[in-house]
Structures are given as structure tokens and as C-alpha cells.
Write a protein that binds this ligand. Structure first.
Ligand code: ADP
Ligand code: MG
Length: 241
């Protein structure tokens, strides 16, 4: 296959719509979503509760099916008024890193293996998968908990482990839904710094849903969403060093 050019990678969303249900009780959660995120870019997505943020991430992550529009991910059109690719599980596994609001760790695997599982499933040798896991745990300041079980961790530690898991496969796209909500200010900024480093180093396109005042000033570009319609604004892009 030919090498993808830089412009083709990243995320592009055009005229995306999502209706839940039908008839009298239908809800148009997304009406007109237009967004693009370049490889290496971290953008913020903000909007009031119920405005469609989670719905948008779920559509982009191929967790739910949109009702209309077009989505391009890492150079591939994945949706054009219908899914254009057959294996959505492979898409989710290989192209997308999720960081959810709740950590959803596997209770019977230790911290390192919770993270190393994904690269192992993707065919990485176990040693390399665990090495990557440890590297991320160290960067997120939870290296000392590498062999603990999830139930032994605090909420903030669990969240940092979940963040490491979202990053470990170095996917071209990372979708983060309120990733810093349970973290104190310093740790929230550490997470944003790591996301920016990832973006730069691996040409990752990253969307961060947030209403965390601690991190909003760090974005160079912000999309806002209201009643399922997006708009774009310039962010402060505060220096993270
Ligand atoms: P946000 O994440 O910005 O708070 P959501 O994407 O969760 O917003 O929700 C957007 C709208 O879609 C809301 O009106 C919500 O009630 C509705 N909604 C979300 N999920 C469902 C669902 N599974 N079925 C029906 N309506 C839903
Ligand atoms: Mg939400």
C-alpha cells in the first residue's frame, strides 16, 4: 500500500448527525458536526452537559453508528452515510485509543498487564508490551504501583493507569472523555503534557472532551458544541513546560 501523506492522516468529520430512537421520542444528539484534527494536534472539545460530546466520541470510535455525514480517520473514510469498512473491531483495536471518564480496569489483572494486554493482542512480544507499559506508568507517576491490583489503587491512580492503557498501542487517534476530571491540578497538567508529547512524537491526532478549567488554557484550538452543532475557536495554547 502507498504511504499516506500527512494531510490524509488525522481526523476529519463532515456534517455528522446522530439521532437516537425514532418517531415522537427521537433525540437529535448531533445535528451538524464539522471538525478536523491534524496529526500531532491536541484539540479540546467543550460544551454543556447533554450537548453531544460523548455521542460524538462514540461515533468517531465506531462504538455507535451515526445517522448521517462522513468521517475520515487516519487516512481512511470509515463512514459515509453508512460504515464503509467491515471490521469495526479491528478499527477500534488498531486505530483508536480510548480514555474514558471511568477507568474500567480488568479486576483480575495487575496494573502492568491491564496496560500490556492491548499490545499483546496486537501481536507485540510480551516483554516489549510490558516494557512499554512500565515506561508509561513511570511517566504518569504510578510506576511504583506496577504490580498492584486495580482494587488496591486510589481513584486518581486508576485513572492514570487507564490513560496509560489508552496510549500504549500508539494509535493514530486518541479520544479522551474528561480524562482529568478526578485528578488534582498538577497531575491533570502532567496528563495533558503526556498527550501533547505523544501527539508530537507519534503524529497522533487527539480530541480531549473537558470542562476542566485547569487544562482548557493549554489548547491551541478548541471546538465547542451546543445542541449537536459544532463551532471552532482559538485557544490560549499556554506553554506546558
Ligand atoms: P454530553 O456528553 O455532551 O453530556 P451526550 O452525548 O451524552 O452529551 O448526550 C447528547 C444528547 O443525547 C442528550 O440529550 C442525551 O440525553 C441524548 N442521549 C445520549 N445517549 C442516548 C441514548 N443511548 N439514547 C437516547 N438518547 C441519548
Ligand atoms: Mg458526556
Amino acid at each position: 500500500m502507498a504511504e499516506q501523506t500527512t494531510e490524509e492522516r488525522g481526523i476529519r468529520i463532515e456534517g455528522l448527525g446522530k439521532r437516537y430512537g425514532r418517531g415522537d421520542t427521537a433525540v437529535d444528539a448531533l445535528r451538524q458536526v464539522d471538525m478536523s484534527v491534524a496529526p500531532g494536534e491536541v484539540v479540546g472539545l467543550i460544551g454543556p452537559s447533554g450537548s453531544g460530546k460523548t455521542t460524538l466520541l462514540k461515533c468517531l470510535g465506531a462504538v455507535i453508528e451515526p445517522s448521517a455525514g462522513r468521517m475520515t480517520l487516519g487516512g481512511t473514510v470509515i463512514y459515509d452515510n453508512g460504515w464503509t469498512i467491515r471490521d469495526l473491531r479491528a478499527l477500534r483495536r488498531d486505530k483508536i485509543g480510548f480514555v474514558f471518564q471511568a477507568p474500567y480496569l480488568i479486576p483480575f489483572l495487575n496494573v502492568t498487564d491491564n496496560i500490556a494486554l492491548l499490545p499483546m493482542l496486537a501481536g507485540q512480544p510480551n516483554r516489549e508490551a510490558r516494557r512499554r507499559a512500565r515506561e508509561l506508568l513511570d511517566a504518569l507517576d504510578v510506576g511504583h504501583r506496577a504490580l498492584a491490583m486495580p482494587s488496591q489503587l486510589s481513584g486518581g491512580e486508576q485513572q492514570r493507569v487507564a490513560i496509560a492503557r489508552g496510549l500504549v498501542n500508539r494509535p493514530p487517534v486518541i479520544l479522551a472523555d474528561e480524562p482529568t476530571a478526578p485528578l488534582d491540578s498538577e497531575r491533570a497538567l502532567t496528563v495533558i503534557r503526556i498527550l501533547n508529547d505523544m501527539a508530537r512524537k507519534f503524529e497522533t491526532a487527539i480530541i480531549v472532551v473537558t470542562h476542566d478549567e485547569k487544562i482548557i488554557p493549554t489548547f491551541k484550538r478548541i471546538y465547542h458544541i451546543r445542541d449537536g452543532i459544532t463551532g471552532e475557536e482559538q485557544g490560549e495554547g499556554r506553554d506546558l513546560r
